[in-house]
Write a protein that binds this ligand. Structure first.
Ligand code: PFF
Length: 460
């Protein structure tokens, strides 16, 4: 069940909408190479740490971090029990244990990052919903690049339509969260993810028949090393965090449901593998289309998949049905991710402020909905209002993916590697000594040093 829930969280718009867009923004193969290396060397080790914190703490992220830091700051005192005349041990806190509770701030940062991400995620999920109807009505039949760009441009230029879809998506998300029907949804993931996978494989096969297939493959898999820069590396690391849903506590919440018998290393590796495969498949589909129709990938922007896929759907037999099915599956993938984005906030409000699930969902839903208005307007009415060259959506996206998630992940790595007692981690992970030590090197040295260096170089 954990694998389904965590895969449901990981596989979403990030893989299919954002990954190809980021690849195109950062110049192709160089980004893909760094992305895959970051998943293996940085993101997966931190994912293990995050799930570990959740499973050991068994509460919302803020409380789990507090609990673990307290536990690790205590030490055993052995004394003679006078009455019974035997040795007893008791736990005692270090006097400075209050300092350690600052770690709960990582949980707080995650809650805020989740709300920020969901606010724009919901707007993009709205595009997906609108495309279900367009696909179903045959709007993509024999469409060319101009036509496809026009459909997308008309959608994002209309704040009322965007607001409508954003509102519907937020209501659906909050309804599911309020009802707590996660169990049902997790079961649905069992069919949805394989369904999405199958349709992606079919589309990738279709892409092999296009003229631009060779160019697309070269673009994705032959890295131009000159394109590697600190900002490309930061974007790849941020994308890895975003795509695997790490650095903000979602996986801590899911980890708290993970049974003690499961191996954290195995389940997280499975999720990371599934997630990365979906992202790569999305690239295999999009880039041959891009090169077949002479689109300039470097100027594509967040509309990339919405402008390219309809052309492919429009020219294949049974395209309307396949397109409708595709956008329905993408919508479900988005909703299983959005639930996990809001869940850290919800579990915190329920446990700490004794709110009901319904009240917490409505309050957080309203807040997120309100924030989302900034994103939907940044494609039309306020598109010219920019800070550091970025509009409102760009700022939220950059702030979360390039700062908040990597920072959250960095702190989780330091927390697990240096603060938590090694014995607690070893007992919980139960890996063989070689695997455990390899993981420990990654979590204590490789991940923190890489993320810190990239922060310093990439942000300046
Ligand atoms: N991983 C999701 C995606 O790729 O679409 C987005 C996401 C979900 C990010 C949950 C972060 C998170 F906590």
């Amino acid at each position: 069940m954990f694998i389904f829930a965590a895969t449901g969280s990981a596989v979403g718009l990030g893989n299919i909408w954002k990954f190809p867009w980021m690849v195109s923004e950062s110049g192709g193969g160089a980004f893909v190479l760094i992305y895959i290396s970051s998943v293996i060397l940085i993101a997966l080790p931190i994912m293990i740490a995050e799930v570990f914190i959740g499973r050991h703490g068994k509460q919302n992220p803020v409380a789990s971090l507090q609990y673990l830091s307290k536990e690790s700051s205590s030490f055993d005192v052995t004394e003679i029990d006078g009455d019974l005349n035997r040795i007893k041990t008791k736990k005692q806190q270090y006097s400075n244990s209050d300092d350690y509770s600052n770690w709960q701030l990582v949980g707080w940062g995650g809650i805020i990052a989740g709300i920020f991400i969901l606010s724009f995620y919901s707007v993009i999920a709205g595009w997906t919903m609108s495309y279900i109807l367009k696909a179903g009505s045959g709007a993509f039949n024999l469409i060319d690049l101009e036509g496809s760009k026009m459909i997308f441009a008309n959608l994002v230029a209309d704040p009322i339509k965007l607001m409508g879809w954003h509102t519907v998506f937020m209501i659906l998300t909050c309804y599911i969260v309020a009802k707590g029907v996660k169990g049902g949804l997790e079961k649905a993931v069992k069919f949805l993810i394989p369904g999405l996978f199958l349709i992606l494989i079919a589309l990738a096969l279709y892409s092999t028949t296009l003229n631009g297939f060779g160019d697309g493959m070269r673009y994705m898999f032959v890295p131009e090393l000159s394109k590697i820069s600190p900002s490309v590396v930061l974007s790849a690391i941020g994308m890895a965090f975003f795509s695997l849903s790490i650095g903000m506590g979602s996986l801590m919440v899911y980890g708290s449901y993970l049974s003690n018998e499961s191996s954290i290393g195995e389940v997280t590796a499975t999720v990371a593998f599934a997630d990365t495969s979906v992202a790569i498949l999305a690239g295999l589909i999009i880039f041959p289309i891009v090169f077949t129709y002479n689109l300039d990938p470097s100027t594509a922007g967040p509309g990339l998949i919405f402008e390219t896929l309809p052309i492919a759907f429009g020219s294949m037999p049974g395209g309307s049905i396949i397109a409708t099915l595709f956008f329905i599956l993408l919508f479900f993938a988005a909703i299983t991710s959005s639930i996990s984005l809001i869940e850290p906030a919800i579990s915190f409000l329920i446990e700490r402020h004794s709110m009901s699930r319904a009240e917490a969902s409505i309050k957080m839903g309203l807040l997120t909905w309100f924030l989302g208005i900034g994103t939907l307007l940044s494609f039309n009415l306020i598109s010219d209002y920019k800070l550091l060259g970025m509009n409102f959506f760009g700022i939220l996206d950059g702030l979360t993916s390039k700062i908040m998630l990597p920072l959250g992940g960095l702190l989780m790595a330091i927390f697990t590697g240096y603060i938590v007692k090694k014995k607690i981690v070893m007992d919980e992970l139960r890996m063989g000594p070689i695997k455990f030590n390899f993981w420990l090197i990654l979590i204590k040295y490789v991940a923190p040093i890489a993320v810190t260096l990239i922060f310093v170089r990439g942000l300046l």
